[in-house]
Design a protein around this ligand. Structure first.
Ligand code: AMP
Ligand code: ZN
Length: 417
């Protein structure tokens, strides 16, 4: 079938620092778009479409694309990128995309777009990185927590999540408690290669109103558990690992960008100084750990991928107040970097919105909202970036990684038989 493309000239030139942002947001413009490419000079947009549009569809598409372009790019000011660490010149040994070899060896298999199972090699590597993060957490005496995968809608609403990131939400629902509905579903549910057909045949009223979503981050659960009361002791360091979900449409490809991924976080709650000092200490300790591993990366200021209505204001705010830094690991095979972790400071945003206050004697006026911050690591991305730099053969890995994996491996035959 010939490829169907649509060329669009953006209403305003897309500045270089926003071409990636616009390109990834175009995924959410229309289901008919299979891929979107913004030219490096910001003067052209090429949409790859599933079907030839008629003229009405075409103008509707163009109008929606221009809406994305103007809200992200019109009057945009390039933020000054602050680089805190730059170790991009560390020697790397591999220059291929590890996805292909991992798939070929059965070390990774795709269940659906953005959903992968991982085999023993990647799992052991993730265990190695988890051990590093647990070591980092232990140096802060972080209290361990376990959080659910589901998160109530009313929690996310309280922290403005629906307005900031509507595009990446994943909803959880179930059949209504009604014998006829459940019987009907049981008899008619079937799947084509992607979709549950029963869900299409079954009317929308068969599903219960949405109470919960799949959680997009780990630290939110801690803040919600502290809501509407003073923080005992005035400060807290916690750590947890959890499944996170961010729907990223056609941007979901390979281990690089997942719908369902795992995050380890170390979370700081207390006064402004407490949070900022600990975020900085965590960065310094992590730098030492990454040096021993030999990872090529830099740490630089960044912003979250807010949706178009909120992007300009929020991204500028994050940048002005140095709220987010990302660890961006080198991907030598494509001469690019990938965020494998972040150092975040939320000021008193969660303290104010969730009514978490500082108690008497904590330095700040009693009743003032707590400040929060977190350091967050994407486990799959850490392993992916490592494999992109050192390849899939453990013999070529740095000794610290190889040795840890060797000594921590469970004995295969405990009885020796
Ligand atoms: P963030 O809260 O956006 O700073 O995310 C923390 C870390 O989670 C990032 O630095 C990534 O390593 C990881 N992460 C975020 N989104 C994804 C995704 N879609 N797929 C895989 N890892 C992700
Ligand atoms: Zn967090």
């Amino acid at each position: 079938m010939p490829e169907i493309t649509l060329e669009i000239v953006p209403a305003v030139v897309i500045p270089t620092h926003l071409t990636g942002e616009v390109q990834s947001k175009l995924a959410y413009v229309d289901q008919g778009i299979a891929k979107a490419v913004v030219s490096a000079d910001g003067l052209h947009i090429t949409l790859h479409l599933h079907q030839q549009p008629n003229s009405a569809e075409r103008s509707r598409l163009e109008e929606k694309v221009q809406r994305v372009v103007t809200s992200l790019a019109r009057g945009a000011i390039q933020p000054k990128v602050q680089v805190l660490e730059d170790f991009m010149d560390r020697p790397v040994r591999y220059h291929q995309d590890p996805n292909d070899v991992l798939l070929a060896r059965g070390e990774m298999s795709q269940e659906a777009q953005g959903i992968f199972t991982l085999g023993p090699l990647v799992t052991r590597l993730i265990e190695f990185f988890e051990n590093q993060f647990l070591g980092l957490a232990a140096s802060f005496n972080a209290a361990p927590y376990r959080f659910p995968t589901l998160i109530p809608a009313r929690y996310l609403e309280r922290v403005n999540y629906f307005r900031a990131f509507p595009h990446s939400l994943s909803f959880a629902t179930h059949l209504r408690e009604d014998l006829d509905v459940i019987d009907d579903f049981a008899q008619h549910a079937a799947c084509d290669h992607e979709h549950l057909l029963g869900a299409l045949n079954t009317s929308a009223e068969s599903f219960a109103p949405i109470q919960t979503l799949l959680s997009p981050a780990v630290c939110y659960h801690l803040y919600f558990s502290l809501a509407d009361k003073p923080l005992p002791g005035g400060q807290l360091v916690a750590t947890a690992v959890g499944n996170c979900f961010r729907y990223e449409s056609f941007n979901l490809r390979s281990l690089e960008r997942l719908w369902n991924f795992t995050m380890r976080e170390i979370i700081f709650v207390g006064s402004k100084d407490f949070v900022l000092q600990n975020r900085e200490l965590a960065r310094q300790e992590m730098a030492q750990r990454l040096e021993k591993i030999g990872l090529a990366y830099r740490v630089e200021s960044a912003n979250d991928p807010f949706f178009i209505g909120e992007f300009r204001k929020q991204a500028a705010f994050q940048s002005a107040f140095q709220l987010k830094y990302e660890i961006r690991a080198s991907l030598p095979f494509k001469n690019a970097t990938l965020a494998v972790g972040s150092y975040n400071y939320h000021q008193d945003f969660f303290g104010r919105n969730l009514n978490i206050s500082l108690p008497d004697g904590s330095g700040a006026p009693a009743g003032a909202p707590v400040h929060t911050g977190c350091v967050a690591f994407g486990l799959e991305r850490m392993a992916y970036a490592f494999l992109a730099q050192f390849g899939p053969e453990p013999a070529n890995w740095p000794a610290v990684v190889r040795d840890w994996i060797k000594t921590s491996a469970a004995p295969q035959n405990p009885g020796g038989a």
